[in-house]
Every structure is written in structure tokens, then in C-alpha cells.
Design a protein. Structure first.
Length: 233
């Protein structure tokens, strides 16, 4: 079951959001203050999506998003009564993926959540992949440097994309196929979205991101992944 964290200090609104998300099949954690969320996000983030109110007691949603981005690329959806263009730009610059002004239509909220969170990962019989000096755990979403034992967390979409690459190791995968299998046919991200994910993978896994050994761009077609060892159940 996919996990969503809702950080909203207005209890009636957070309860309405929680009930409707749970009706859609999500597991929801509600946090009612920025200070409490600040403490929560100091630990490894395992949520598939975080919904953040911008104006919160204790710590603003903008500052929380900046904190989240230090360790995680989990999708962040801002909710705010501040809906000007400059407010939206501020939220996106802080690392948010989407920005929904209040008051909002519930159906639109659920649609945006579905787009950001994406389809659930398919069971492919893999628990772990080795990429160079790193191991990727498909169950905990954790990347561990096997030389230093330092770790960081990936988002669910990042793990889904690595799973696809591992399953098709050595084959060229088109951007269209990646969008269909990782984001789903009912979502409409751009191919630039994939490019950004690959750039992030290179920063994490490649010793020289400008001369990648594992994540290769195939001009005009897509990407190819090489040199990984799969570990099965």
C-alpha cells in the first residue's frame, strides 16, 4: 500500500483529505504542525508522497520542503491559500513538484496525487541490485555505498525506474516505454522528466557523471543500463 504524509494544521481539512485518500486506497499519516514534521523528516523518509501546507506553525512548508530535499526526492505537493504566481514559483524553487491553491476541488487534488505518486511497483522477483560500488534495496528504497557504508533513500519512482533498467540490462529502452511503464499511460510527464532522473542517478552512482559507465544516453532513442548484478529472492 502506498504511503502519503499530509502536513496540515487545519484539522477539519486534514481529516477530509485523509478520509478521501484512504477511500482511494492509500495509507495516510497526518501531521498537524511544522515543528512536528521537522522532527519526523529528520529520519529516513519512506513516504511515496508528501502533501505540505505552506503556512504551518513551527516551521513553514517551504522550509520543510528544503529540509526534505537534502535527503530525499519524494514528490511534494504544496497546498496553500497563497496562490499568486510568485508564491507558486517559490514553492517549486524550494523543491516542490506541484502547487495547488486553496480552496481546491477534491477531485483535482486526487488527480494530482495520482499523477505524482504513479502506479504501484510491479513485483519482479528482485530484492536488490548492485550498481558499481552501490547496492540498491528494492524493498527499503535504500542506496548503500558498499565502500563507505553511507546510505541515502530513493523515491518509489526512482526505484521503479532502476528496476526497469535492471530487468532490461544491456537493452536500449525508449523514453516512451519508460514513461508508460514507470509513470503509466494515464499520466503526462515530459521526456525531460526522465532526463532529470538519469542526471540524478549519475550523480549518485557514477564516479564521473560526464562519462557514465552505467546509465548511457542513446541519442534520439532513450537510455541503456549496463554492468549490474541482480540478486533474486
Amino acid at each position: 500500500m502506498r504511503e502519503i504524509c499530509v502536513v496540515e494544521d487545519e484539522s477539519s481539512l486534514s481529516e477530509m483529505i485523509r478520509l478521501n485518500l484512504e477511500f482511494e486506497g492509500y495509507h495516510v499519516t497526518v501531521i498537524n504542525s511544522g515543528a512536528e514534521a521537522q522532527v519526523c523528516f529528520e529520519n529516513a523518509i519512506s513516504f511515496d508522497l508528501i502533501i505540505l501546507d505552506v503556512m504551518l506553525p513551527g516551521c513553514s512548508g517551504i522550509d520543510l520542503c528544503k529540509q526534505i530535499r537534502q535527503t530525499s526526492s519524494v514528490p511534494v505537493l504544496f497546498l496553500s491559500a497563497k496562490g499568486t504566481t510568485s508564491d507558486r514559483i517559490e514553492g517549486l524553487k524550494a523543491g516542490g513538484n506541484d502547487y495547488l491553491p486553496k480552496p481546491f476541488d477534491l477531485e483535482e487534488l486526487l488527480l494530482r496525487v495520482g499523477i505524482l505518486i504513479g502506479p504501484e511497483l510491479k513485483e519482479v522477483g528482485l530484492t536488490e541490485a548492485i550498481v558499481g560500488d552501490f547496492s540498491v534495496n528494492f524493498e527499503t528504497f535504500e542506496v548503500v555505498n558498499r565502500l563507505t557504508n553511507m546510505s541515502q533513500n530513493l523515491s518509489k519512482k526512482e526505484v521503479a525506474l532502476i528496476q526497469l533498467f535492471v530487468e532490461k540490462k544491456g537493452a536500449v529502452i525508449s523514453r516512451t516505454e519508460i514513461l508508460d511503464k514507470v509513470w503509466g499511460k494515464d499520466q503526462f510527464p515530459t521526456t525531460r522528466t526522465i532526463d532529470n532522473y538519469i542526471l540524478n542517478f549519475r550523480k549518485i552512482f557514477e564516479k564521473d557523471p560526464r562519462h557514465p559507465k552505467y546509465f548511457h544516453s542513446i541519442r534520439g532513442v532513450g537510455y541503456k543500463f549496463t554492468n549490474s548484478v541482480k540478486k533474486k529472492l
